[in-house]
Design a protein around this ligand. Structure first.
Ligand SMILES: CC(C)(COP(=O)(O)OP(=O)(O)OC[C@H]1O[C@@H](n2cnc3c(N)ncnc32)[C@H](O)[C@@H]1OP(=O)(O)O)[C@@H](O)C(=O)NCCC(=O)NCCS
Length: 175
């Protein structure tokens, strides 16, 4: 069987910019959380699709918290990068920053980890994905910790038993 070529993180890095318009806001004039989550999902899906070279579907989204409001007229930048690929799934890290239209008041807004599964468009079945080659320290840190996050989310989803989480066990044993 032909092996799948590994890929660099930069090959699928995805950056999306939006300006917050009146239709995107809640009655207090702040961006609706649900709209932000939609854009994050889109940026993450584009990144995952590029890395996998396949159609992808969102399997799960880890904890998202909103630290401070994003206001009408603000500009947000959503950056999505692949942290690690497993067998048929990839983890995507999404970071959101905000500033005003002049570029002033720049701030980190929030971040989240998304999991996508690559699927065959004809059968709908999961298909293997290319491995990730982490290059710099940040990419290596994200790559290494991804296996622990994966175990935790699979436990929470009821897909594995805590006793099967070997990476997490080893991590806590080292503390
Ligand atoms: C995600 C989905 C494709 C998994 O299908 P499945 O038949 O359960 O597949 P498998 O058990 O073979 O698992 C496939 C991969 O999904 C991963 N996975 C399954 N559930 C997961 C979850 N909750 N979080 C993260 N990864 C998950 C598995 O770990 C596996 O990854 P791996 O191959 O890299 O180890 C299927 O559940 C699905 O289609 N869900 C709906 C997705 C959707 O419609 N999303 C849009 C939101 S409306």
């Amino acid at each position: 069987m032909e092996s799948i070529k590994e890929k660099l993180v930069n090959e699928s890095r995805t950056i999306m910019t939006e300006m917050i318009m009146p239709n995107d806001t809640n009655p207090m004039g702040n961006l609706m959380g649900g709209y932000l989550m939609r854009w994050m999902d889109i940026a993450a899906a584009v990144c995952a699709g590029k890395h996998c070279g396949a159609q992808v579907t969102t399997a799960s989204v880890d904890h998202i918290s909103f630290h401070e409001p994003i206001k009408l007229g603000d500009v947000i930048t959503i950056t999505a990068v692949v942290t690690r690929a497993f067998n048929t799934s990839v983890e995507i890290y999404v970071e959101v920053s905000a500033c005003d239209i002049t570029g002033s008041n720049p701030r980190q807004s929030n971040h989240a980890y998304f999991s996508f599964v690559a699927v065959d468009t004809k059968t709908g079945k999961p298909v293997p994905v290319p491995k990730v080659i982490p290059i710099n320290n940040e990419e290596k840190k994200q790559y290494e910790s991804a296996s622990r996050r994966r175990e935790l989310r699979l436990i929470l989803a009821g897909r594995i038993k805590p006793s099967q989480a070997t990476e997490l066990k080893n991590f806590f044993a080292e503390l």
